[in-house]
Design a protein around this ligand. Structure first.
Ligand SMILES: [Zn+2]
Length: 265
């Protein structure tokens, strides 16, 4: 049985070959296994759109545009260097203040989360880990878990989020344990592994905190998983918060205390 928690001692510093694609193009990685072919699905979260604009239509006023976009006349006027009583013309482009589109999960990751055959009430927790080492990617972790930890299902987590060294910063990887809905191998107890989805952020957060992009991707993945598995925020724990034996994972510099707030609405 797979019981060990692989992040406890970290992973070898393996420099594996990782394809790099521009933007948020989906990459398919294949590795051969005794059990057959498996695929790691990875993608970047879509960066928030900056400088969203609105094109003025007939009948619009600063007030109506502000109302429509959840802002005020003065904010809208200031952002565009207009007076509050200024007239708009049809076709005028207005910059929308604070109109940062919400970051979104890449479609292929959202699909992988939505389409996995999740049984009702299968998952009770979402548990966050760090890898404990500065660099890593899904393939090297998978190999380590197979060869050193003797885990027949390989990569112990359901999701991995890269830190720019091995995988791109904030890159999200969906592991076969999620797509096949297998128990995790990331906690010390088998009972917990059966009900806990494992997300591993690459990095040693005893040394430095996770990157902003990693935290953004974590929030997006956790949101989607909570919806899919009907879990509330209290179901989201760090490894240290849930483990039956003491662990430092995910490190002293991971924002464990403010986690619920960071991941909340
Ligand atoms: Zn851990």
């Amino acid at each position: 049985m797979e019981k060990s928690s692989p992040c406890a001692t970290g992973l070898p510093n393996v420099r594996a070959v990782v394809s790099r694609a521009p933007g948020f193009v989906c990459l398919l990685r294949r590795g051969s296994l005794a059990a057959g072919l498996f695929i790691f699905l990875v993608a970047m979260a879509v960066a928030p759109a900056r400088g969203a604009t609105y094109v003025v239509k007939r009948g619009d006023s600063l007030w109506s545009v502000a109302q429509k976009h959840g802002t005020t006349v003065s904010e809208l006027a200031d952002r565009n260097g207009l007076s509050r009583s200024g007239h708009l013309y049809v076709g005028q482009r207005l910059k929308l203040p604070g109109a940062k589109a919400k970051a979104a999960l890449p479609e292929n990751i959202q699909r992988a989360i939505d389409q996995a055959p999740v049984r009702t009430a299968r998952w009770r927790y979402i548990v966050i880990h760090h890898s404990g080492v500065d660099r890593g990617d899904m393939k090297s972790m998978d190999q380590y878990h197979r060869t050193q930890r003797h885990m027949e299902n390989g990569l112990a987590y359901h999701f991995v989020i890269g830190n720019g060294d091995g995988m791109r910063d904030g890159e999200i990887g969906v592991a076969p344990r999620w797509t096949k809905q297998l128990a995790g191998g990331h906690l010390a107890s088998e009972a917990q592994n059966n009900i806990a989805i494992g997300i591993c952020l690459v990095g040693n957060f005893d040394r430095r905190p996770p990157s902003a992009k990693q935290m953004q991707s974590l929030r997006l993945v956790v949101d989607a998983l909570r919806k899919r598995c009907k879990l509330n925020l209290k179901a989201v724990k760090t490894h240290q918060q849930i483990n039956v034996v003491h662990t430092r994972c995910p490190g002293a510099k991971f924002p464990s205390k403010s986690l619920q707030k960071l991941l909340g609405p």
